[in-house]
Design a protein around this ligand. Structure first.
Ligand code: G6P
Length: 613
């Protein structure tokens, strides 16, 4: 949450900062600001999106080869001009942009007020700016800007990724990280610093990912990396493999649509190199070190949030079905605060697109402290979760920019399917024939999704019919129950239509009371072992005049005769069906949201990378 970008070099900073902020806007988009150094330091900030700021300051002097920028998702204080970042300290000595939360900000603020400091905003970030300044001024000659930043951070409880300008030392940026991500790009006589690599990629592919408690002092042609306690570190330079095309819309109206249509490719990328050419074997290199523990596990706990939690639920069904290991799926936020029982031989799988979700990270820490083995399933390479876990598998879905997750979900489910099959085979639960048959089914998914995407016109016509409803219900059973939850989440988060996902049989314990002629019910009803039961559930909806939109297996004639609309997906094993059936639901949600005039890539109040609790 919140996007940070900084530039120091020979070029004009402002265009680089603005472009970078647009790339980071998925992290928060309620207010924006930049600070530029050119002799003096100028700050421009306001409520609204990056383009609003850009339009508003077009006639200002925006020169300067050093600058910082911020796009905000409000935590402390409503989105308004004053609360927007950057924040200047009381005497203007320090200018700070910040992603994260300073938990003890109110105590620090009180002490600063007692020492004569006044505040213009309600933010925790302004407290940090003033704390740094207070330490700097009090220390006199003995305390330079860097020391002041390090000392201030030692007094802070909470999470931060910050970039600081010291107006007395205007030749440098000071960046520091604890909890919230920061990446530094190394160019020729220039450096960029950002919350993720997307603003950096077009300038350089050499990057350093800051670790917790790292402080970087960045000059035009020199970078010093230390710990908060002043121990010098040798920076580990990594090479970005991301392609610039992957972070642009490439002709699509929205990133979400592009990402839905990318799924045949992203799923292929997820299993590329992990499934033997002759489809005889699955190899997940990132799990080799923990395989013996995994095979012997008596329990697997999956922790995740949002869409990743839904993928985790599919994982539960898959692992229990094929590897016969008991699985529990937990929200990161519940797990971390409910004193869970964790055994040393537990395997904890953390699933996260961003690799930065605060609650999932905290759950990982808890599990590690209890002695469990923690495996990550993440999309963003170099993010925090892969670095905090004992082993892991990258999903390799490519950058996902739309706030509503689509291709990350199918990539996560692909990894979980591979894990479940591999474990089932190694444990002797799955015989060789079934194992190979299922691998074949998995490898066929991209082509099958391509076929579903080609029915886009049909999704548009159904979206047209139901774009104005106020409530909706999503039903599924077995492997498709989590898909019902995911379908409902997709619709509510981008179109603001109330949507609930339910296990189909549970409908009669509550939601059935809501059904009337205005209530569309999306039913996942492909041919599997609960097919007859779900047909009964559809009859129950129709008996109450509900509207049924059923996702069925190609060629189904039974449901065609009962439902108002059917959307067909190719035949598959029931364990593979989540990967197929979710696609029509993604597209329906997308089209409905667009027809309602919603900003699908940046839905209200949401952010993609939730780095606060
Ligand atoms: C936010 C996003 C969701 C995402 C969830 C978990 O709520 O809007 O799309 O599923 O965070 O994020 P993660 O990066 O951990 O998968």
């Amino acid at each position: 949450m919140c996007g940070i970008v900084g530039y120091i070099g020979k070029k004009q900073a402002y265009p680089i900062l603005i472009k970078g902020l647009k790339r980071l806007e998925y992290r928060g988009y309620d207010s924006t600001g930049v600070a530029l150094i050119n002799g003096s330091t100028r700050i421009f900030k306001r409520k609204g999106k990056v383009s609003d700021l850009e339009d508003n300051i077009a006639n200002e002097d925006l020169s300067g080869t050093i600058g910082i920028g911020h796009t905000r998702w409000a935590t402390h204080g409503e989105p308004n001009d004053e609360n927007a970042h950057p924040h200047a300290s009381h005497n203007g000595k320090f200018i700070v942009i910040h992603n994260g939360i300073i938990e003890n900000y109110d105590r620090l603020k009180e002490r600063l007020i007692n020492r004569g400091y006044t505040f213009k905003s309600e933010t925790d970030t302004e407290v940090l700016a003033n704390l740094i300044e207070y330490i700097y001024l009090k220390g006199g000659k003995n305390v330079d800007a860097e020391i002041a930043v390090r000392l201030a951070l030692s007094k802070v409880i909470g999470a931060y990724g910050i970039v600081v300008i010291a107006t007395d030392e205007p030749d440098k940026l000071i960046a520091a990280r604890k909890g919230s991500p920061l990446v530094i790009g190394i160019g020729e006589d220039e450096y960029l610093v950002a919350s993720d690599a997307t603003p950096i990629i077009e300038h350089t592919k050499s990057v350093i990912y800051l670790n917790n408690d790292n402080v970087a002092i960045i000059r035009r042609n020199e970078l010093t990396l230390k710990t908060i306690n002043n121990d010098e570190l040798v920076p580990e330079i990594q090479h970005l493999t991301m392609d610039i095309g992957a972070i642009e819309k490439q002709g699509y109206d929205h990133f979400m649509l592009k990402e839905i249509f990318e799924q045949p490719q992203s799923i292929t990328d997820t299993f590329r190199g992990r499934i033997a050419q002759d489809l005889s074997e699955i190899r997940l290199g990132g799990l080799y070190d923990v395989l013996p523990k995994l095979e012997q596990a008596t329990r697997i706990l999956i922790v995740a949030c949002g869409t990743s939690w839904h993928a985790g639920l599919v994982g539960e069904y898959l692992i229990e079905e094929f590897a016969r290991i008991p699985v529990e799926v937990e929200y990161g936020s519940e797990f971390r605060y409910r004193n869970p029982i964790i055994f040393k031989d537990d395997i904890v799988i953390a699933i996260s697109q961003s690799g930065e979700t605060a609650d999932t990270l905290a759950a990982i820490e808890l599990a590690k402290n209890a002695g469990a083995t923690v495996i990550g399933i993440c999309n963003v390479v170099g993010s925090s979760i892969p670095r905090e876990t004992h082993a892991g598998v990258y999903t390799h879905a490519g950058p996902e920019i739309g706030v509503a997750s689509t291709k990350a979900f199918t990539a996560q489910v692909t990894v979980l399917t591979m894990m479940a099959l591999m474990l089932g085979k190694r444990k002797g639960v799955l015989d060789d024939t079934s194992y190979k048959k299922l691998i074949k089914e998995l490898v066929a998914v991209p082509d099958k999704i391509q076929g579903i995407l080609e029915q886009n016109e049909k999704f548009i016509s159904i979206a047209e019919l139901y774009k104005n409803v106020t409530n909706s219900l999503y039903l599924g059973r077995g492997f498709l129950f989590p898909v019902a939850l995911e379908g409902a989440l997709k619709l509510k988060e981008i179109s603001y239509i109330h949507a609930e996902g339910y296990p189909a049989a549970e409908m009669k314990h509550g939601p059935i009371a809501l059904i009337d002629k205005n209530m569309p019910v999306f039913v996942l009803a492909t041919k599997d072992k609960s097919y007859d039961k779900i047909v009964t559930n559809i009859q129950e909806v129709k008996a109450r005049n509900g509207i049924v939109i059923a996702i069925v297996t190609e060629g189904d004639t039974v449901i065609k005769g009962i439902a108002d609309h059917i959307l067909e997906v190719p035949k598959s094993h029931e364990a593979i069906a989540p990967l197929l059936t979710v696609v029509p639901l993604q597209l329906l949600s997308y089209h409905i949201a667009v027809m309602r005039g919603c900003n699908v890539d940046q839905p209200r109040n949401l952010a993609k990378s939730v780095t606060v609790e």
